[in-house]
Write a protein that binds this ligand. Structure first.
Ligand SMILES: [Zn+2]
Length: 361
C-alpha cells in the first residue's frame, strides 16, 4: 500500500467549498478518513487544486523545437511553481513521452501552430495558405489532445501593420472540421480585425485578445468565447515595438496602443462576462514558472482575487474538462502557508506541491 497523505488546514475544494482536511489514498483525493491507514504523512496549510497554465509551450524556445532534456527542465520549472495542468498552446516538438511521467505536469496539447506563410515566428508553425487550412486543422486535431492552435493575426509586411491571416470562409470550414473531430480551436490574436470573423466562424477561444473592443466584447460574451490574456507576455510589447520601430512604425504604434489599454481591455471583457483564464505564454521568449505573476496581473487588471484564482484552478479545470479536488480526483494539489484568496501573491511560494499523490521535493 502506498503512503497515505493527510492534508490538513484549509482545503479550497471550490470557490465556496472550504473543508478542513483531505486524504490522498492510491494517488487520489478522498474526504473519507481511510480505515486502515498505515504510514501517514501530514501536510499542513492552504490547499488548492494544481494550478492551470492555459497558454504554455513545452518543447519550444525562441528558436523552435528543443530536445527532451530541455523540455523536461521546462516542465519541472512549471511544476515547482505549482502548475500541474498545462494547455500547450502549440509546440513543434513531440512531447508525448511526458504523458508516461507521473512526476511531470499533465499536458493538454494543441498540436503544432498553424500560421499563414511567413506570418509567424520562424521554425514554430506549419506555414500554409488558406486553401490548405481545413486539411492542416484536421491533421493537428488528430495529433493533439482536443485543441488546435491557429495564428489569427500577425505583422503583414505589405501594410506594415498587424493584419488578419485567414479569410472568414476558410476559417469557418476549418473550425467546423476541428469540431467534427472533437477538438476545440483557439487563435493567437493581438489586433482588432480578425476577432469578429473568427468568433462568427465558431472559434472557442482567443489567445492574448488585446484587440478586444466594445464592438467585439459583447459578441465574445454572447458566444461564450474564452480569452487567455497572457498579460506577462503583453508586458513585452513596448520592447518589441522599440525593436521594430524603424522598419514597421505603424505596427510599433499599434502594439504600444494595445499595450497601454491592456488592463482596461481585460477588465471590460471580464465585466461583460467573457470567460478569462490564466496563461503565461512560457516557452517562446518567456520563462516558465510565471503562473503566480499572471494571476497577480489579472488582479491588477481589476479581476477580483477569487475569480483570478478560479481562472487558474476550479474554473480553468472545468473549462478544460479536468477535475479539481472532487472525491476520487487525481491528487494534484498545491499547499500554501497562508490563504491565497487574501493575497494571490501567495501563489509564488508553494509550501508543497503534490502530484499524482506524491509530495514533490
Ligand atoms: Zn504562445
Amino acid at each position: 500500500m502506498s503512503v497515505v497523505l493527510h492534508v490538513t488546514g484549509r482545503v479550497l475544494a471550490g470557490p465556496q467549498d472550504v473543508r478542513d482536511e483531505l486524504w490522498v489514498v492510491g494517488g487520489r483525493v478522498t474526504y473519507d478518513r481511510p480505515a486502515h491507514a498505515g504510514d501517514v504523512r501530514t501536510v499542513r496549510g492552504w490547499a488548492l487544486p494544481g494550478l492551470v497554465d492555459a497558454h504554455c509551450h513545452v518543447g519550444l524556445d525562441a528558436h523552435g523545437a528543443v530536445d527532451a532534456a530541455t523540455s523536461e527542465k521546462q516542465a519541472v520549472t512549471d511544476r515547482d511553481a505549482g502548475t500541474l495542468l498545462i494547455r500547450d498552446a502549440g509546440s513543434p516538438a513531440d512531447t508525448r513521452w511526458i504523458d508516461d511521467r507521473d512526476d511531470l505536469p499533465r499536458i493538454i496539447r494543441a498540436g503544432r501552430h498553424i500560421a499563414r506563410t511567413r506570418r509567424y515566428i520562424r521554425n514554430y508553425a506549419h506555414e500554409i495558405e488558406p486553401a490548405d487550412l481545413v486539411a492542416y486543422v484536421g491533421r493537428e486535431a488528430r495529433r493533439g489532445d482536443g485543441w488546435v492552435k491557429l495564428v489569427g493575426d500577425w505583422l503583414d509586411r505589405g501594410t506594415g501593420d498587424l493584419g488578419a491571416c485567414w479569410p472568414r470562409a476558410e476559417a469557418e470550414a476549418a473550425i467546423a472540421e476541428a469540431h467534427r473531430l472533437g477538438a476545440r480551436v483557439t487563435a493567437h490574436c493581438f489586433a482588432e480585425d480578425s476577432l469578429r470573423d473568427l468568433v462568427e466562424a465558431g472559434i472557442d477561444c482567443i489567445e492574448h485578445a488585446t484587440g478586444l473592443t466594445e464592438d467585439t466584447i459583447p459578441l465574445f460574451a454572447e458566444r461564450g468565447v474564452a480569452i487567455v490574456p497572457t498579460l506577462v507576455n503583453i508586458a513585452t510589447f513596448p520592447r518589441l515595438a522599440d525593436g521594430g520601430e524603424a522598419k514597421f512604425p505603424r505596427w510599433a504604434g499599434h502594439m504600444r496602443r494595445l499595450h497601454e489599454r491592456r488592463y482596461d481591455t481585460v477588465r471590460a471583457a471580464y465585466d461583460a462576462g467573457v470567460p478569462v483564464f490564466v496563461g503565461t505564454d512560457a516557452g517562446g521568449s518567456l520563462a516558465h514558472g510565471l503562473v503566480a505573476e499572471e494571476v497577480a496581473e489579472l488582479v491588477t487588471a481589476g479581476i477580483p482575487p477569487l475569480d483570478a484564482l478560479s481562472a487558474t484552478t476550479w474554473g480553468a479545470r472545468a473549462w478544460l474538462g479536468r477535475p479539481a479536488l472532487e472525491e476520487g480526483a487525481p491528487a494534484d494539489l498545491v499547499v500554501y502557508d497562508e490563504d491565497p484568496r487574501a493575497d494571490v501573491r501567495m501563489l509564488a511560494a508553494p509550501r508543497r506541491v503534490i502530484l499524482a499523490g506524491r509530495v514533490i521535493g
